[in-house]
Design a protein around this ligand. Structure first.
Ligand code: AMP
Length: 207
């Protein structure tokens, strides 16, 4: 099953994509995580991407298109994959349709106040990229799975969040119409808590 998780930054795409990845035993492919790994590794691609990411802007289409095109050729994608954070523009979606077939697009929806609270309280492990929310951390500063330091992403600071949401509205929201017209869109409102919301995602996908 080849799936896309669509929705604004902070709506919970990564959280639900990870759970679904375990359930279906197919990989979650997060272009944001891949770009951050390139930054950490200090590759030329990472250095170039960092300029865009830190500002809350999108990296150029061709960079992420090439990345995803190569990634889904890997053997772990044979049974399917979950794209999380890709595509983010209409040209990315058009390019994707030229090299793979998508079975469904889960569009996660929440009010802006919920999204702002999710993003501003998000903490990420510097080492393994696991994500947490301060609501559930009880003051912990280390990752529960690997012991790494938990950090507040530069692009999760309030001014950059506002810019990322504006970028989403202008550049990514047109994909809702794109995939609705293609008959692939499943809308899920995710405002009830992680476990309840995940059940809604499963229901939408009839899983
Ligand atoms: P995310 O972790 O998905 O919120 O992505 C963090 C940042 O990585 C975004 O704000 C963009 O700068 C960049 N990024 C991730 N995915 C894409 C994409 N599909 N197209 C362009 N930029 C992306």
């Amino acid at each position: 099953m080849n799936l896309i998780f669509l929705g604004p930054p902070g709506v919970g795409k990564g959280t639900h994509a990870k759970q679904l990845s375990k359930l279906l035993d197919i990989p979650q492919i997060s272009t944001g995580d891949m770009l951050r790994a390139s930054i950490k590794a200090g590759t030329p691609l990472g250095m170039k991407a960092k300029e865009f990411i830190d500002k809350g802007a999108l990296v150029p289409d061709q960079v992420v298109i090439d990345m995803v095109k190569e990634r889904i050729k890997e053997v772990d994608c044979a049974k399917g994959f979950i794209l999380d954070g890709f595509p983010r523009t209409v040209p990315q979606a058009q390019a994707l349709s030229e090299f793979t077939k998508i079975d469904a697009v889960v569009d996660l929806v929440a009010r802006e106040s919920v999204i702002m609270a999710n993003l501003s309280g998000r903490r990420v492990c510097r080492d393994c990229a696991a994500t947490y929310h301060i609501r559930r951390l009880n003051g912990a500063t280390k990752c529960a799975s690997c012991g790494g330091d938990l950090i507040h992403r530069v692009d999760d600071q309030i001014d950059t969040i506002k810019h990322r949401l504006e970028v989403y509205r202008v550049q990514t929201e047109p994909l809702i119409t794109f995939y609705r017209d293609a008959g692939l869109l499943l809308e899920v409102v995710v405002e009830s808590g992680i476990d309840e919301d995940f059940l809604l995602v499963r229901k939408a996908l009839e899983l």
